[in-house]
Design a protein around this ligand. Sequence first.
Ligand code: 9MR
Length: 753
Amino acid sequence: MTVIDRLPLWSLVLCLGVLTAQTATGSDAQKIDIPLVVSEVPTDLWSKNRLEAAIGSDGSLTLADTGSGPFNDASFWQIAFNQELPYGRKEFSVHIEIDPAHRTLWGSNLLQPIVNGKEVEAAMDADGKPSFEKIIADDGKGFIPAVSGTFRFALPKSERKLGVFAFMTGGAENFRLTMRDFKVTVWPEADDRVWPQRPLMSELNYRPDDTKTLMIEWHEDEDSRSRRTADVTVSGPHGEQTVAVTIPRHPSIASGSRVSAVDLSDFSEPGDYTVTVPSLGPRTEAASAAFRIADNAAQLAGHRDDAWGVFYWITDNEHGPYPDAHARDASARTYGARQQRRDVSGGWFDAGDYGKYTVNGAYSVGLMLLTGLLAPQVLDHPVEPLAGGRDGWPDWLSAAAAQLDWLVKMQGPDGGANHKATTRDWPGLDVSPQDDTAVKWIMPVSSTATADYAAVMALAAKVLQNQPDSEAQGRAARYRAAAARARQWLEQNPDLVMTETRYDGKDYGGPYTDGDDSDERFFADAAWAALTRDRADIDAVEAQLADRRAAMNRLKNETYWGRVDLLGFWALKTIENDLSPAARDTVDAALRSAAHRWRVEKQRAPWDIPHGDSETLTWGSNSVLATMGWHWLLWSQVSGDDKYIAPARDLAHWFFGRNPQGQTYVTGTSPGSAKDPHFRPSVSGAIALPDGFLVGGPNSGGLSGDPAASGLIGQPPMRMYIDDKESYATNEVAINWQAAWALYLSLLAALEN
Ligand code: 9MR
């Protein structure tokens, strides 16, 4: 038997290239040394720009400080070895030579070693003692000590590939070291592991007349690869029934596995069900999954309430859970003119960090305002906990007001909106809101921030002018004036004005940069026309409709913080009766065609989600899907077209476990839920992790030095997710994702009323 017939198909695809390079799997006692060389100069993934890497002709790597004085910071590096490994006990080793002038600054911490995304432990010596003592830092990270010598790390028997060796460096003065003689030593063993089949259903109930799609991810061995059908057993209140399932010929690109979508919609009797998928060959085994047919109104309302409750836990004002945090934001410094101070306190944390970003902050509250204008009835539910509820206002509006209070402060004296208010460096993952005392910098103005700001101020004014109380009326007037000033700035600055991605070599938070502001300007014009309903304003935006539709078609209706055409069309939908008949048709056509195309994509996709099988899953892929769910249901609400209700209901199952990882992408108490998101308030222990956060999800679009996700490199896109607090690229939370998610759930739950 060869190694090949023991592996699931997706790992097999990765494995083929290297088997030729291997000698043999050999007898159990035989030891194999697999030397590894660094063939490509690695880059400084956190862009600290202090250490420089060089590789030697012998496959070694030297890292040396190019600056002067202490480098009291961490940097992050990855070396992709992509070496396939036989099954069996194994070690990875490297010889490290430290320059005599190298002085560590964090005790004796040299670097944190990470293999395939996981920090590695010392291999054991023959006497059962660790081959070196790891040093555990306050934040729980383990470092190897700063002594020259050979370091040996244990790898699991089952690790079949050394994909990436990554390391984080500790602070040092005169940092200089060389790593050489990289090698894996393996004591091969016969691999007789057996792979269970993977039936996947979600944790949500299926309503009796819902579409019920069972996904099966097949594990196969040599005997089974040619199998085209299998019998799946469904047992439930009806007794037991067999369903013949076709196994597709080709694997899904997104998951790297053959998958079958089995329609179980004919089962409709309420009760508990079990599906059992048979073994296909000697190296596979049968496996079962449970699901329930029952009403799901209470579940959906519960998830909706959790999702909305989350906004409390990210509110950074006196009504939120961290009343004393970020007091210095009340006199933040202006980048480039540090003496100029402004109050930019309050609002929501953007994500797992404490930065506030105008583009994303406006986008997130903008989704809420549009929904509140178009389908207020679906938001007529309590939000609990709520930071600062106001009498007579719907709870969602009180929640949103915390963010508007902050957003309005982001406008500068000339009417332009500053792009962000952030700290120069990212705070440590274990820093609580109260302990984050670093200076907030108000970064320069951008045209995307100003246009999104103008749009959202106009929408907020439109919502608030309908509230009878004087506070709402006062706000509506102020927001309208703020929108007008921002529009003036946009007129005076007709070309793209964009911030740098970094300043003086530092991040100053996330970039949120954009090379095209035409969609943001359209959103601003549309929202303004929606507020004023003035003929000239309407004419001005109607003149842009053809171009904007063409842009949406070209970009396949892409909608996220950097693409807001769809939001512009939604803003116009709020004044459809004021539009010319042709414009009204174009607005409807744009909204309908986005809904339609996503529905078609879902029908075609092996995993039954609106995502092309060979397309990239971008950073925050779950939010892309949640946004589609929101759009489908909002369109159904306003148009009465119910074609999109079934796909929108069905899509919910993706988030609750019907995906290749069987992962629930929401925080909570169920066994499958995300437990370890990248979110500083809970990681630091300031609060317990709240239920109801949507995490980013699989990301095949670039992991940006994510320390935990390096183990995901080279995996099929849908497997590029890890429930690890370090994984900002796959497991972070964020307000734009949360807003789409909460609104989608409000719309879903409202279907049950
Ligand atoms: O959501 C953002 C995503 O579209 C980008 O690809 C990514 C990298 O620039 O950044 C994401 O936004 C992050 C922001 O920059 C900083 N706060 C956390 C956000 C979510 O990860």
